[in-house]
Design a protein around this ligand. Structure first.
Ligand code: PLP
Length: 388
């Protein structure tokens, strides 16, 4: 969608002409007669500020309807609540850690069975899918090793088995990848990342393809109540106004940084879907419209935590923090931060080496980002010289 269409889809307030969407900070709405109102009765069920956000994300993902939740995990939770005892899920094996925790420690207890498979090869799904499978659940690209799965191929399998395809689209953003147009049924975003875009809130979104699914999620949103409040809705709307500019710049920066890392002597592997060398670059190119986002992971030839620590603690612009998708660049060490709770053995299996560093490029000038990494990498080199 064009930026023009996106920003002009945000309504001008009909009462006052306010060009910015009003924040409707209210719990209830006065009715003309019992049950006769202007479309709003109670703020858990609906709120005019939230409605603007929900309509805008539905437009951007080209779905039937959008729903805003307090966090990305609350959005995931709402989608899961459609399941019944005995239902099964086939999920991408390196799923977001918070989703893994929710699946394993909460939903498994309610009789939901989860099969984790490497979905980068869609055929692996066929090994475990069966008549009880209600969802195929993927993230593409994944965190932190940026594995890419073929949405079109997996959607065909989902249809054949009467299962729904759920895509967590957080890492691609709605700009580069529109899963609903590729055959998915439900899209999820942690709006905490690219959509909010300023590292200043947590929020989640669900977008549905059909009216029937929209009605189900609407019911759950109201029944469970994990909604996003009007102030945060307003911040996410403001994020959406500039997402095209930010995502373009972030993707441009990351592509340059990834290419630079690939040429660096101390770097062993670079994971970025925009690189020719990426395992599923062809699929990424097809479904991500040439914009691959800001997250890059790389490991070091000297595969030790000490070497990686030298880098992550010596950057100036890349701030040491979890999360991604904001204006400021971030750097983290998954084995000691985001993925610390996963046993080392299992981490290594999924490609998270001790020296694996994840960066999230922001909107700074790319020359500054490269210079910053260069001086931090130099610190590792000088240590090597001392110990040699
Ligand atoms: C961050 C993230 C989530 C969880 O979102 P929160 O807003 O932190 O609850 C879910 N999926 C992916 C891929 C994420 O990166």
């Amino acid at each position: 969608m064009s930026t023009t269409k996106l920003i002009h889809s945000l309504p001008i307030d009909p009462l006052t002409g306010s060009i910015s969407v009003p924040i409707h900070q209210t719990s209830t709405f006065v009715q003309d007669a019992p049950g006769v109102h202007k479309g709003f009765d109670y703020a858990r069920s609906n709120n005019p500020t939230r409605k603007v956000l929900e309509d805008t994300i539905a437009l951007l993902e080209e779905g039937d309807a959008g729903f805003a939740f307090a966090t990305g995990l609350a959005a995931i939770d709402a989608v899961l609540k459609q399941l019944e005892y005995g239902d099964e899920i086939v999920a991408v094996e390196d799923i977001y850690g918070g989703a893994f925790r929710l699946f394993t420690h909460i939903y498994q207890k309610f009789g939901i069975k989860i099969h984790y498979v490497d979905t980068t090869n869609a055929d692996n799904i066929l090994e475990v899918i069966n008549e009880k499978t209600k969802f195929i659940w993927i993230e593409t690209p994944t965190n932190p090793t940026l594995k890419v799965s073929d949405i079109v191929k997996i959607a065909v399998i989902a249809k054949a088995f009467n299962a729904l395809l759920v895509v967590d689209n957080t890492f691609a953003s709605p700009l580069s990848q529109k899963p609903l147009l590729l055959g998915a049924d439900i899209v999820i975003h942690s709006a905490t990342k690219y959509i909010g875009g300023h590292s200043d809130l947590v929020a989640g979104l669900v977008i549905t393809k059909t009216k029937a699914l929209s009605e189900k999620i609407k019911f759950i949103q109201n029944a469970s109540g994990g909604i996003l409040g009007p102030w945060d809705c307003w911040l996410v709307i403001r994020g959406l106004e500039t997402i095209t500019l930010r995502f373009e710049r972030i993707s441009y920066n990351a592509q340059k940084v990834a290419e630079w890392l690939l040429e660096n002597d101390i770097v062993a592997e670079v994971f970025y879907p925009g690189l020719q060398s990426h395992h599923n670059h062809d699929v990424a190119k097809k479904q991500q419209k040439g914009q691959y986002g800001g997250v890059i992971s790389f490991s070091l030839k000297q595969d030790t935590e000490e070497a990686a620590l030298q880098i992550v603690t010596n950057t100036k612009y890349f701030k040491l923090a979890e999360s991604l998708g904001g204006c400021k660049s971030l750097i983290c060490l998954p084995s000691q931060m985001t993925h610390k709770s996963i046993p080392r053995e299992k981490r290594l299996q999924s490609g998270i080496k001790d020296s694996l560093i994840r960066i999230s490029c922001g909107i700074e000038e790319v020359e500054d980002l490269i210079e910053d990494l260069k001086q931090a990498i130099h610190k590792v080199n000088s240590i090597n010289l001392v110990t040699a």
